[in-house]
Design a protein around this ligand. Structure first.
Ligand SMILES: Nc1ncnc2c1ncn2[C@@H]1O[C@H](COP(=O)(O)OP(=O)(O)OP(=O)(O)O)[C@@H](O)[C@H]1O
Ligand SMILES: [Mg+2]
Length: 306
């Protein structure tokens, strides 16, 4: 059996007035594109910071490619590239110096400079190589943090909200870059509040809420959990009277657009349409929408609030 990229076993983190993590168990398979999602304060960064050795857990173990992050810190750290959520940087170095320093910290010498130059190029930092980190914009600093996380070509790449506060263009290019890293064989662990992107990119997803795992599944299986699909109709009139037995399906009616929620098992779209017709409600266009990750996320994170 191949060892998991990351194995998280019963991780607890207690702060003085808060249990930030309440026994997290997760396994991230090698080669997966894993989404760690959850609302603000769910505990995502705390978990990542424990993985990085920046925060000490109250209880539990984390292994990266079989290396314990506490007792085999050096090997675990070598296997990981972490892009932190907070923009932490040393203001006394320029981009090139910073990346070379980081590379040296992992035991590489000049032989790694070509890879550093490649990273600078991929992340469009060429114009800024000699600029002091202090003088870069927020989005540029984030690019440097990404390059910094990758200098030692780590097999496991952890991105904690890499696109927070970056413009649309950079966001798109970062997603493309992450996809490329994944295609090259890196395991990716991503946290993001852009659920559409997570849905497009990730193959496996964990949802955290109040320090607990409330869902852990393959993306498709997770999406299939939401019991509803949606029926959108463009009506020929706005003033309609929905039959009583369709009231439970009603979501909204605006500008002659009627949105109905259809339970996948309990309602048949055909009979909903027949009922509308029988009630004299006419429409000239219709389409159906399958639920996305956002609906699943809302279901799971709202029903478990404490
Ligand atoms: N040093 C600390 N002392 C006390 N509480 C902390 C500390 N660090 C984090 N917390 C708390 O732990 C909880 C989890 O925080 P964390 O940063 O892990 O959330 P998150 O899921 O990353 O949220 P976000 O989506 O906003 O980044 C929050 O309630 C936070 O206030
Ligand atoms: Mg966070």
């Amino acid at each position: 059996m191949t060892i998991p990229a990351v194995s998280i076993q019963n991780i607890h983190k207690d702060y003085t007035h808060l249990k930030a993590l309440k026994g997290i168990d997760l396994e991230i398979p090698q080669g997966s594109f894993f989404g760690l999602l959850g609302p603000n304060g769910a505990g995502k960064s705390t978990l990542i910071n424990i993985m990085a050795g920046l925060v000490r857990s109250t209880q539990g173990n984390i292994e990266v490619l079989g290396y314990n992050v506490m007792s085999q810190w050096r090997q675990a750290r070598q296997s990981l590239g972490i892009v932190p959520q907070e923009l932490v940087y040393d203001p006394f170095f320029n981009v090139q110096e910073m990346l070379r320093l980081q590379s040296g910290y992992f035991g590489f010498g000049k032989e790694n400079y070509a890879w550093i130059d490649e990273l600078i190029d991929i992340l469009s930092l060429t114009d800024k190589v000699h600029t002091n980190l202090h003088d870069l914009s927020g989005g540029m600093k984030r690019r440097v943090l990404i390059a910094q996380a990758l200098v030692h070509k780590p097999p496991v790449v952890v991105l904690d909200e890499p696109t927070a506060g970056v413009d649309v263009e950079l966001r798109q290019s970062l997603w493309e870059f992450t996809k490329r890293l994944h295609a090259q064989g890196h395991t990716i662990l991503l946290t993001t509040h852009y659920l559409e992107e997570a849905e497009a990119l990730c193959d496996r997803i964990a949802i955290l809420n109040h320090g607990e795992v409330v869902a852990l599944d393959d993306k498709q299986a997770l999406l299939a959990r939401h019991p509803y699909r949606y029926l959108k109709l463009h009506l020929t009139a706005n003033d309609i009277q929905l039959p009583a037995h369709l009231q439970k399906n009603f979501v909204s009616l605006e500008n002659q657009q009627l949105l109905l929620r259809i339970h996948k098992e309990e309602d048949a779209i055909v009979s909903v349409l027949e009922n509308l017709q029988a009630a004299g409600i006419e429409f000239d266009d219709l389409h159906t929408d399958e639920p996305g990750l956002e609906e699943v996320f809302m279901d799971l994170t709202h029903s478990t609030s404490s």
